[in-house]
Design a protein around this ligand. Structure first.
Ligand code: COA
Ligand code: AMP
Length: 649
């Protein structure tokens, strides 16, 4: 589809044209790249930094800040929006489509060339400035999957404002918590989102969140969608299109590599989400590097990450990486199924000539469930598609096999987290396609030094499970800290093993150095690729007046990977029916976290299994609920409880 790129003056250049400044190393094999990285990681990343256009190229690789945290390219200056748009236009991509918007839920389809997108972004950046946003100010973005969400993110990047996108499926309370932590000057939102056929008004949620939050924004900018007209608060709320229409375009401002580009909140083990900070310089280098090494893309190709801008996948691979790399990206406002059917993904691939598709395994499990023989796949011409990428949760071998059998394409699992922003382990197809092994994310990406550590911090031998850790410094693009909470960064990630970042995942290397990620070692769970905290759900359940104590843990789910379930012990003398309590608890979790938590089951029990020191034995509960073999822990207070629990689960 995009074999050539048309200049604005009508001349063309090859679609995979490499920008003039690029002089980064090419590797003959994965092993070569790993060797080069291991021999001198600082030099390795400094040479990779030449992938992007800097206002001031860094002379320095890694350094340490006032907290002793590692920072990349501290003396470099750049602007991420310039790299994603203006620079691409300078390179001749002005008339290439930068972004397709495809919305089966509204029937709308549009596209933006790089020039059109730059013009929209430059004007909206002017609108943000007119409303008082400047470099370093925070802007919260609470939007559905409409192109304006990307325009808003890029406009913030253009003026150096720090965006914080909050997933549209989160309830008002979650939004309020993030508003109080980020303290935004502006909040950008839309009148509604659309979930299949259900219209969800966003403005009442936003109003409730602002009401609940201690911090109040200076202004809100609201995109009125035709499906719902939002009520505006006079003097505080402004109409998006009116503001953007009358704004003056602004140029990108030079920023330090270490200036934050965004904050993205992610679930930890407590009710308070963690504000993962992403800087400008390391992020831009990592995005470019990963489009090449991890995804094997060529500039000019069409890359589709079917996710949501509210998640890290949306930040990195719907918005920033494809544009920084000169690809065409797709904004898809729909689901893998029901919009209108399980052929939706294949239809998008055909329509836009998608070359690589990235989504969460749960999306393909949903497609497989509705179309097990992949009949709908055969109705579309998907010959443009070269690779399928999966991440966000463990790619279970049956889904891997089904995808391979049905599509005949390379099915590439890769492992990463909000914290890293890009893949820690992958099949580095841009350098060399390694053999894949079902259940493995293949090998550490060159640039990450991954080790499996036992409880004493010693490396585990092959095939032995331990904590998956990354040797410091983390590569460019990974979080340098937690927003305004360096202590939490230290305590949560750096203090378990001196000199290492702990991922929170358990796993092992096999004898060939393949990495297998087996799941979280903490209270974080993964429901349909959405990262959630059982600790937070427990706090909500425990707040019910009937509840003396409770345990929320994940059980396996055929479609969503995991789903939460709660066991509840009533306060003495409290009389409430199981069904009544369950529906009240479900409703509290929906109201405080959102429907995406999928908390649909709470069971009253007489007591919970505990150690003699009073710790709830969650792992054993999980094993019982999943019908797995388990050993009665030697520390258990009363083994008879396990039998009682098995009977109710
Ligand atoms: N705004 C408001 N509500 C939302 C929402 C959003 N952006 N996203 C989900 N919800 C709601 C849903 O409407 C649903 O509500 P309900 O319980 O009232 O019906 C609930 O949250 C659960 O949604 P979901 O987990 O999406 O379940 P589902 O059964 O509707 O769909 C899948 C199942 C597998 C199709 C869907 O989860 C999916 O597309 N998963 C892919 C996830 C993904 O891309 N993750 C990104 C990580 S890479
Ligand atoms: P998030 O920060 O929402 O992207 O979630 C990150 C978590 O999802 C990781 O810590 C893992 O537990 C899980 N995860 C992501 N990708 C994979 C994968 N490819 N294999 C196994 N687990 C994964």
């Amino acid at each position: 589809m995009h074999n050539t790129v048309v200049h604005n003056d009508g001349t063309t250049l090859p679609a995979d044209h490499i920008p003039r400044h690029a002089s980064y190393p090419e590797y003959a094999s994965h092993q070569d790249a790993v060797q080069d990285f291991l021999s001198d990681s600082n030099r390795f990343w400094l040479s990779q930094s030449q992938r992007i256009q800097w206002y001031q190229a860094p002379q320095e690789g890694v350094s340490q800040d006032e907290n002793g945290f590692y920072r990349w390219f501290a003396d470099g200056e750049l602007n991420t929006c310039y790299l994603a748009l203006d620079y691409q236009i300078e390179q001749g991509r002005g008339a290439q489509v930068a972004m397709y918007y495809d919305s089966p839920v509204t029937g709308q389809k549009t596209s933006y060339t790089y020039s059109e997108l730059r013009d929209e972004v430059a004007r909206f950046a002017g609108a943000l400035r007119a409303k008082g946003a400047e470099k370093g100010d925070r802007v919260v973005i609470y939007m559905p999957m409409v192109p304006e969400a990307a325009i808003a993110m890029l406009a913030c990047a253009r003026i150096g404002a720090i965006h914080s996108v909050v997933f549209g499926g989160f309830a008002a309370n979650e939004l309020a918590v993030r508003i109080d932590d980020a303290e935004p000057k502006l909040i950008l939102s839309a009148s509604c989102g659309i979930e299949v056929a259900k219209v969800i008004p966003y403005k009442p949620l936003l109003d409730a969140a602002i009401e609940q939050a201690e911090h109040k924004p200076q202004a809100c900018i609201i995109l009125q969608r035709p499906q719902v007209q939002a009520d505006m608060v006079a003097g505080r709320d402004f109409d998006w299109l009116e503001l953007a229409g009358s704004a003056e375009p602004v140029d990108p401002v030079p920023l330090k590599a270490t200036d934050p580009l965004y904050i993205l909140y992610t679930s930890g083990t407590t009710g308070k989400p963690k504000g993962v900070v992403r800087d400008n310089g390391g992020h831009a280098v990592a995005m470019h590097y990963s489009m090449d090494v991890v995804y094997g893309m060529k500039p000019g190709q069409v890359y589709w990450a079917a996710s949501d801008v509210g998640w890290v996948v949306g930040h990195s691979y719907i918005v920033y990486a494809p544009l920084i790399y000169g690809c065409t990206t797709i904004f898809y406002e729909g689901k893998p199924v029901k919009t209108p059917d399980a052929g939706a993904f294949w239809r998008v691939v055909q329509e836009y000539g998608v070359n690589a598709l990235f989504t969460a395994p749960t999306a393909f499990r949903a497609i497989k469930k509705e179309d097990p023989e992949a009949r709908l796949l055969k109705e579309y011409d998907v010959s443009s598609l070269q690779k399928l990428f999966l991440a966000g949760e463990r790619l279970d071998p049956p889904t891997y096999q089904w995808l391979k059998d049905q599509t005949g394409l390379p099915v590439l699992d890769h492992w990463w987290q909000t914290e890293t922003g890009w893949a820690i382990a992958c099949n580095p197809v841009g350098i060399e396609s390694l053999e894949t092994k079902p259940g493995s994310a293949t090998k550490p990406t060159p640039g990450f030094l991954v080790e499996i550590l036992d409880v004493d911090g010693k490396p585990c031998p092959a095939n032995e499970q331990g904590a998956v850790a990354v040797k410091l410094p983390l590569p460019p693009g990974c979080l340098p800290t937690i927003w305004r909470n360096p202590e939490r960064f230290k305590a949560g990630y750096l203090s378990s093993y001196e000199g290492y970042y702990v991922s929170g995942d358990g796993g092992y290397f096999d004898e060939d150095g393949y990495l297998f990620i087996m799941g979280r070692t903490d209270d974080v769970i993964n429901v349909a690729g959405h990262r959630l905290s059982t600790g937070e759900m427990e706090e909500i359940v425990a707040a019910h007046p009937a509840v003396a104590e409770c345990a929320v843990f994940a059980v396996n789910d055929e479609l969503k990977g995991q789903r939460p379930i709660g066991l509840v012990v009533l306060k003495d003398g409290y009389n409430i029916a199981q069904d009544t309590l369950q529906s009240e608890l479900i409703s509290s979790v929906r109201q405080q976290i959102g429907a995406i938590a999928c908390f649909n089951e709470a069971i009253i029990v007489n007591r919970l299994p505990k150690t003699r020191s009073g710790k709830i034995l969650r792992k054993t509960l999980r094993q019982i609920a999943n019908g797995e073999e388990y050993q009665v822990p030697s520390t258990i207070d009363d083994p008879a409880i396990l039998q009682e629990i098995s009977e109710v689960l």
